[in-house]
Design a protein around this ligand. Structure first.
Ligand code: HEC
Ligand code: HEC
Length: 215
């Protein structure tokens, strides 16, 4: 099969060559069909381009672009399809397809750092979960609060349910309880002191206090 294709290409090339030599006017070249598909590449942008770049025109539009286009140029080309011609692709598709095209048809290489980064948009960014506010239960666990407290019964310290009840009518509950957690204290619930948690960030303190006062 490979050989057949190669022979076809050779034959065609020979014909073109002969035709040119003979000075035969307007060249009408029928290209072998394999140029109408996108060249494969291991980059994920290859799959995306196959799905999204052949709905309006054939891959020849891509095959016939001038060689040596940079990553920025190919990304701009994909971006033009999105913005000017209304191709239904996301910004991330543009970036990934641009990287595939630049590495396959342009001056970039698959192993280039910027091509790799553009092809793995999620790997280059930290996952969103840890950036989001940690949830109160995780904070209670990570700070060992639960070794002395439970939601609904007294352990060493008071039940959070009772803390919430005690402050239910206090308009300054949030400030007071946040301060109790941060600075620790004793005597409000008994003789055993609550250790200070000065290292908690204001955000975490906020989250913990709000959670406890809702119990
Ligand atoms: C919504 C339809 C549509 C989609 C989808 C689309 N294109 Fe195009 N594309 C066009 C139009 C329209 C032209 C201009 C046609 C013309 O000039 O004859 C074009 C032209 C091109 C050209 C020729 C150079 C130029 O700028 O005119 C290239 C290269 C190209 N497209 C690449 C792509 C790539 C890569 C994708 C996938 C990201 C894509 N196209 C998806 C509509 C589309
Ligand atoms: C070593 C045991 C211990 C640990 C760990 C602990 N506490 Fe306490 N906590 C106590 C004790 C004892 C009291 C009661 C202090 C008092 O009587 O004033 C208390 C009181 C509290 C109160 C009530 C404060 C008030 O103003 O009435 C809150 C709220 C509270 N703790 C939250 C937390 C949080 C949140 C953590 C984790 C960040 C935590 N505690 C970790 C022992 C602990």
């Amino acid at each position: 099969m490979k050989l057949m294709k190669r022979m076809t290409t050779l034959l065609c090339a020979a014909q073109v060559c002969l035709a040119t030599l003979a000075g035969a006017a307007p060249l009408s070249i029928t290209l072998p069909p394999e140029t109408a598909v996108l060249k494969p590449n291991e980059l994920p942008g290859y799959q995306l381009a196959q799905q999204k770049c052949s709905t309006c025109h054939s891959a020849d539009y891509i095959n016939f672009q001038p060689p040596g286009m940079s990553l920025a140029q190919w990304t701009a080309e994909a971006g033009k399809m999105q913005k000017v011609y209304g191709a239904p692709i996301s910004d991330q598709d543009v970036t990934m397809i641009g990287a595939y095209l630049a590495a396959t048809y342009g001056s970039a290489h698959t192993s280039d750092a910027d091509v790799q980064a553009a092809s793995n948009p999620t790997a280059s960014q930290p996952p969103p979960a840890p950036v989001a506010k940690p949830d109160a239960m995780a904070l209670l666990q990570n700070n060992a609060c639960l070794s002395c407290h439970a939601i609904d019964h007294k352990v060493v310290g008071p039940a959070y349910h009772d803390v919430a009840a005690k402050y239910a009518k206090d308009p300054q509950a949030q400030t007071k309880v946040a301060s109790s957690i941060q600075h620790g204290g004793s005597g409000k619930w008994g003789d055993i002191p609550m250790p200070p948690f000065a290292q908690l960030s204001p955000d975490d303190l906020q989250t913990l206090t709000t959670f406890i006062l809702k119990q």
